[in-house]
Design a protein around this ligand. Structure first.
Ligand code: 2IT
Length: 447
């Protein structure tokens, strides 16, 4: 495989799509050696086919705001790869959404879903709609307008969206309501992350964060360590950060920082249950300000404007917010302040320079597509429950999630253990996911 040549071709076809190119580059670097041992992959041009989405839907979404003004946004669904199952992946509502962002996410999703042990292909979608400052009614009208186009692209056996940044249980509810009206289909399996009373899986809201902590525990145990008593700094305060904070606290860690676009809240005594519950209210308010935590809990949470969670001394850093949120300089600052482990919970949360810095300086590091796969895995469990018209208990779902995260960790160890014995989790996750998708593509012929 000629990585440089493939990257140059891709860059020429998708000029300026830096996030997409960054995600592809990381995977190709990891798999090059294994790929070269399989001439049948080269002959079938597996990599050249895998880096391009199967298809992209783009549509206009027009809705009316609370002032009666007409608003227009763009909507997308990118069906990336269906080699191992129907298209599956979240919807992101964020003002910075552009095709490059959704292509990177769809590409990552393909490998992540392959790691979950479940038969799901990769997809991503969303809109440049900005939920910040919107009322509940505006969110509903936007979701309904978005679905008037999206419904044609999806189906319980074709493509199953879920939430991502800016899309949680509330949005999935409005989206499903409109899907039902348009499609006259009452199969709840068309979306995951639904409400508990209408087909949603118990533990799906918590699953990304819980799964991330289960993975972190496996990684730490493998390195002869444990999370109990350790200081954890995490970024964000949305659904993923909430689940991660809940489980970290339950496992005996002290969550000493959460952050938002406005700055960081340092919590020297560790986050409390009340604060964790308040994270949900902060998300629902659409204010997007972590400062609200300090206002609500004066003396316990100390807000500093313009600073990241990575400025707070910790043992373990958990990026839980957005891509490229942790730079090489942040990685250096973390290490200086005593951090020795970073598990990426957000998709591509660390910049390439940060990953290389961690890896070259003995800091344990694992990539998002392994660490955060518990979210989509539990979406897969939700699909299974919907298809068989049953609901599992929290215990059943949690056991399955545990099993899946352990299996993902094992796959990373299997494919990522280096000749000197240390485990390269980036390589491990990328090679394991790639081998599964590539084998499926090969067996299905040139399509
Ligand atoms: O990035 C992700 O894995 C998600 N946003 C969840 C996708 C899903 O289909 O549950």
């Amino acid at each position: 495989m000629k990585t440089a040549e493939i990257m140059a071709n891709l860059a020429a076809k998708h000029p300026g799509e830096n996030e997409y190119l960054q995600a592809v580059q990381e995977v190709l670097e990891s798999i090059e050696e294994v790929y070269n041992q399989h001439p049948e992959f080269e002959k079938a041009k597996i990599v050249e086919r895998m880096v391009e989405p199967d298809r992209i839907f783009t549509f206009r979404v027009t809705w009316v705001d609370d002032k009666g003004q007409v608003q227009t946004n763009l909507g997308y669904r990118i069906q990336f790869n269906s080699a191992i199952g129907p298209y599956k992946g979240g919807l992101r509502f964020h003002k910075a959404v552009v095709p490059s962002m959704l292509k990177f996410l769809g590409f990552e999703q393909t490998f992540k879903n392959a790691l979950t042990t479940l038969p799901m292909g990769g997809a991503k979608g969303g809109s440049d709609f900005d939920p910040v400052g919107k009322s509940n009614d505006e969110i509903m009208r936007f979701c309904q307008a978005f679905m008037t186009e999206l419904w044609q692209c999806i189906g319980p056996d074709q493509d199953i969206p879920a939430g991502d940044v800016g899309v949680g249980g509330r949005e999935i509810g409005y989206l499903y309501g409109m899907y039902k009206k348009l499609a006259r289909e009452y199969n709840t399996g068309v979306l995951t992350g639904k409400g508990a009373t209408w087909g949603g899986s118990i533990l799906r809201p918590e699953a990304t964060g819980f799964g991330a902590l289960y993975f972190t525990q496996h990684l730490l145990h493998k390195a002869g360590k444990d999370i109990a008593g350790k200081k954890v700094a995490l970024s964000g305060f949305g659904n993923v950060a909430w689940g991660a904070a809940t489980k970290a606290k339950e496992l005996g860690a002290k969550v000493v920082a959460i952050s938002g676009p406005d700055g960081v809240c340092e919590i020297p005594e560790g986050i409390t249950d009340e604060m964790i519950a308040y994270m949900l209210e902060m998300r629902a308010s659409n204010r997007n300000k972590v400062e609200d935590m300090a206002t609500k809990f004066p003396g316990k949470a100390k807000f500093t404007a313009g600073k990241k969670a990575w400025s707070i001394p910790c043992d373990i850093a958990l990026p839980c917010a957005f891509q490229n949120e942790l730079s090489e300089d942040d990685a250096k600052e973390l290490q200086k302040n005593g951090c020795w482990c970073c598990c990426e919970v957000s998709n591509m949360g660390c910049q390439p320079g940060a990953i290389h810095y961690f890896q070259n300086n003995g800091i344990l590091f694992a990539p998002g597509k392994a660490v955060n796969a518990g979210g989509v895995a539990t979406s897969g469990l939700e699909m299974t429950q919907n298809a068989s018209h049953i609901s599992w208990s929290a215990k059943e779902v949690d056991e399955k999630l545990h099993f899946i995260m352990e299996s993902i960790h094992e796959q990373c160890v299997k494919y990522g253990t280096q000749p000197d014995g240390h485990i390269d989790y980036v390589k491990g996750a990328n090679i394991a996911g790639f081998m599964k998708v590539a084998t499926a593509m090969l067996e299905q012929g040139i399509i």
